[in-house]
Design a binder for this molecule. Sequence first.
Ligand SMILES: [Zn+2]
Length: 177
Amino acid sequence: MIAREQIGNIADSIRKPLGLTCPYDPEKAVSLLNGTIQPISIDHKIDAAIKKNGEDSFIIYLNTHEPYLRKRFTVAHELGHLFLHMGYLIDNEKWNSIPDDGFQDSAYFRMSDNYSQEENEANEFAASFLMPKAEFIEFAKQHLSNNQYTIKPIAGYFKVSESAAINRGKWLGIFTW
Ligand SMILES: [Zn+2]
């Protein structure tokens, strides 16, 4: 299991050198990271999947019919698998152990015992990528009055769903459960 703190640090270490600004664009990140996004049809029962594509690239298959905010989170989630579970750029041994053209996706993770743990880790990565800790806490503070956070502008600023913003605030310990 990878600690939340560590996942946040990995997300920061990936996002910062890309020079993106808020709202962080995961699709832009994919292309800056030498990956590509390939649309899949709505018939697929999955939101997305990720595949190694040669030694230094990857493909994210994305159900483009998903709503905009959900697609943003989904792409960031797949990036979580890419770094945390496939080792891209951060763990050469792990990355090299995946066959070229080797396929890793939600179905793969579902079959492993670690499914829910890896899914949780990828979600944590996505939340950290889209809503960096320090920036989130700082911005949320500006929308606090009478001990109540106003979620809408916070979610709007980071371009995430309100439920994603609420979860982030809870896990960061600033919103109550
Ligand atoms: Zn996943």
